[in-house]
Design a protein around this ligand. Structure first.
Ligand SMILES: CC(C)(COP(=O)(O)OP(=O)(O)OC[C@H]1O[C@@H](n2cnc3c(N)ncnc32)[C@H](O)[C@@H]1OP(=O)(O)O)[C@@H](O)C(=O)NCCC(=O)NCCS
Length: 220
């Protein structure tokens, strides 16, 4: 059956979402990182270096290390703010109470007939295994589909990254297949499995996903 949906913004261009600065899940709060977050950021990034390096793009030669360089971190925060203003990307720190726990980003927002973006995430090794990443993904889906008016979100995962595949499996996000040599990760063009969710799927499943991951637990 052909499904029709008119997106709310017919013209491409920047459209920062309402209330986009602070997004709440059941336990996680998402907010843009600020230069004042540097100490927490540095502690987590330095401690989790070996945990993260196998899953991230290699730092270009000569580029400052944002994990340890306060100025580089501040510049990164400013770049993310600019993306938000332009409507091209939305970067969030994941916080559990006041504690920084990782990041989740909506990257490369494409408007026009695509109305699409990519989602990436990571969690502090010391805070892994609590379901913070899947909770943050559901919060991001709600924001992207209901406030930004996007039509499709994609998450690309290296096949051997079993922890990340568990995140999308728990959320029952649709697997689309293998993209060969898709992204440069730690210096290698790695195959990735593409997972995607469209707004039609979100509308069908939002009640179930929000009840499971976002709304306060009635038993608690
Ligand atoms: C992938 C990642 C974001 C998952 O975050 P999370 O908040 O721990 O997610 P969950 O709690 O739902 O755990 C997902 C799976 O991770 C694995 N896992 C959990 N704790 C772990 C730990 N301490 N060490 C290794 N793996 C662990 C388990 O397989 C778990 O699945 P299960 O709940 O069925 O046992 C996190 O492992 C991470 O940041 N990894 C390094 C960076 C990365 O891979 N980013 C994603 C790139 S696509």
């Amino acid at each position: 059956m052909r499904q029709e949906r008119r997106h709310p913004w017919p013209e491409p261009g920047p459209r920062p979402g309402r209330g986009s600065e602070l997004l709440r899940g059941r336990r996680v709060t998402l907010r843009p990182l600020q230069p004042a977050d540097f100490e927490q950021w540095r502690d987590v990034r330095v401690r989790s270096r070996d945990w993260l390096v196998p899953w991230e793009p290699r730092r270009p030669p000569g580029a400052p290390d944002v994990a340890t360089d306060r100025q580089a971190f501040a510049a990164r925060c400013r770049a993310r703010d600019r993306e938000r203003q332009l409507g091209t990307g939305y970067g969030y720190g994941i916080f559990v109470g006041p504690r920084f726990a990782g990041e989740i980003n909506i990257n490369s927002v494409q408007r026009g007939p695509l109305q699409s973006a990519y989602v990436g995430y990571w969690i502090d090794e010391a805070q892994a295994g609590h379901g913070y990443a899947p909770e943050a993904v559901v919060v991001i889906c709600r924001f992207a589909f209901e406030e930004l008016g996007l039509h499709r979100l994609q998450i690309a995962i290296i096949p051997r990254n079993h922890a990340s595949r568990r995140v999308v499996e728990k959320l029952r996000i649709r697997e689309e297949g293998l993209a060969q040599r898709y992204l440069e990760i730690n210096g290698v063009w790695e195959d990735h499995i593409r997972y995607a969710i469209t707004v039609e799927e979100w509308q069908e499943r939002r009640g179930e996903l929000l009840a499971e991951w976002v709304y306060p637990d009635p038993e608690r």
